[in-house]
Ligand binder design. Structure first.
Ligand code: SAM
Length: 427
């Protein structure tokens, strides 16, 4: 099937059915044998998610009446067409003829003229209209803009701008296989430009690269992981012999990093059995061993009767507002009232996991959110209701005014992330 037709189906499934782009896109890419075609399908699908309101506005203005029911797919095809005309270097004649051909392939021969007419009209306009409407201007949902304005009165525009960028590619060197310097030398020999990051294992690639060209990737020499996520293992400070719980572990990026860092016994727990399969796969590729447990982190007692833990990583389910540059579909999938529900789940998991921490133990709370409600406010409330919990300052952070460490998107090339380190009183 034509790439534009596949892209329309991907966008349709995300925007109309609420599926996540990272699930749907690979399923459609699997239908293409050529790497360049797969890359174009990704570019079109991700691109539409980044600038959706501007495309929607251009398309809707030019349709005499909106597409309904089965024909709705054509609205998404027009978004793909419009994205090519405004935001790519694909020549207009190719963009239009391929998109019109997609309309035929999708079984709407009778509407080819409408698609062609709308796209020619957009082509003449050359670029989206200037606007003062916030959603259109920033390509962010209004409710998110308001929350960011309230939390970051001086930097919300910069946060949005960074969230609209294409993310860099970070690697995590597997210190069990080679030193970071030695891996950097291997990359250098292949003329893959890269630099060391701030954490011990992080490597920043100058250009995103297919993992197939990375030396030793299949054998576990490196993994793909943003530096912000790599801070988890550094801040948790695993020691040889520790029993560690990764309470929301799937797909296992942070579990594997902890296992690479020290000889620990690690329980990788998650309530999603399908996602836990990825933890097993990642451990296998990296030659690591974890106890995999499918359970509710707010009710561990039901499935874990072992000893309490020396350290717990709680990488909580969250709004993912810090990683919009990697997952732009989050802007349209997440709804304003999700945040209260997430805050409540996070609090339940925190309270329960705390019971499973040994006296003197450390719990590292993490989210890939930039909303205070899920982060500093969540931890302030936890410390206030938990007499044996105290906060440890995170020295990597230069922030002193708020609880924990809020990394903002783009800061040192990282994703937006939040960390708070808590220790449990001994007596
Ligand atoms: C942010 S992701 C974890 C990412 C993972 N730590 C990593 O680095 O690869 C959050 C995870 O929490 C899991 N989750 C959500 N609610 C949960 C619950 N009540 N109990 C256990 N896991 C839960 C989700 O299935 C998801 O895999």
């Amino acid at each position: 099937m034509n790439i534009r037709a596949l892209a329309a189906q991907v966008v349709f499934q995300v925007l109309e059915n609420g599926a996540s782009l990272s699930t749907v896109l690979p399923q459609h890419q699997a239908q293409l044998s050529n790497g360049k075609d797969r890359a174009l399908l990704a570019e079109l699908s991700y691109g539409v998610m980044r600038v959706l309101p501007q495309l929607d506005n251009s398309v809707s203005q030019r349709l005499q009446k909106p597409f309904k029911n089965k024909q709705r797919l054509l609205h998404h095809l027009l978004l793909i067409g419009c994205y090519q005309l405004y935001f790519t270097r694909i020549p207009a004649h190719a963009a239009i003829s391929e998109t019109v051909e997609a309309c035929r392939q999708l079984g709407f021969e009778n509407l080819v003229k409408v698609i062609n007419g709308v796209l020619r009209n957009i082509q003449r306009a050359e670029e989206p209209l200037e606007t003062s409407n916030e959603t259109l201007k920033y390509c962010f949902p209004g409710w998110m803009v308001k929350k960011l304005q309230a939390a970051y009165p001086d930097s919300w525009q910069q946060i949005i701008e960074q969230s609209q960028q294409r993310p860099p590619m970070w690697l995590r060197n597997n210190q069990r296989q080679q030193s970071r310097d030695s891996y950097l030398a291997q990359l250098n020999a292949l003329e893959i430009s890269a630099t060391a990051g701030l954490t011990a294992d992080a490597i920043l690639l100058a250009q995103p690269t297919d993992v197939a060209v990375l030396p030793g990737f299949a054998g576990g020499s490196v993994s793909v992981q943003d530096q912000a996520a790599q801070w988890a293992a550094t801040l948790l400070e695993p020691k040889n012999g520790d029993l560690i719980l990764d309470a929301c572990a799937a797909p296992g990026g942070k579990s594997c990093h902890i296992l690479e860092s020290a000889d620990v016994r690690l329980v990788a727990l998650d309530n999603d059995a399908k996602r836990l399969e990825r933890v097993t796969e990642n451990c296998q590729r990296l030659g690591l061993d974890a106890t995999i447990l499918c359970a509710d982190a707010a009710n561990i007692d039901a499935s874990w009767q072992g000893e309490k833990f020396d350290r717990i990583l709680l990488d909580a389910p969250c709004s993912a507002t810090g990683v919009i540059r990697r997952h732009p579909d989050i802007k349209w999938l997440r709804k304003a009232n999700d945040i209260d529900a997430l805050q409540s789940i996070q609090a339940q998991i925190l309270d329960h996991c705390w019971q499973w921490l040994k006296p003197g133990g450390t719990l590292l709370y993490a989210t890939c959110s930039i909303l205070p409600q899920e982060n500093s406010q969540q931890i302030d409330a936890f410390v206030a209701r938990t007499p044996d919990a105290s906060l440890v300052a995170i020295t990597a952070s230069q922030q002193n005014s708020t609880t924990g460490w809020q990394i903002l998107p783009g800061q040192d090339n990282m994703d937006g992330f939040y960390y708070a380190k808590l220790v449990k009183a001994i007596a």
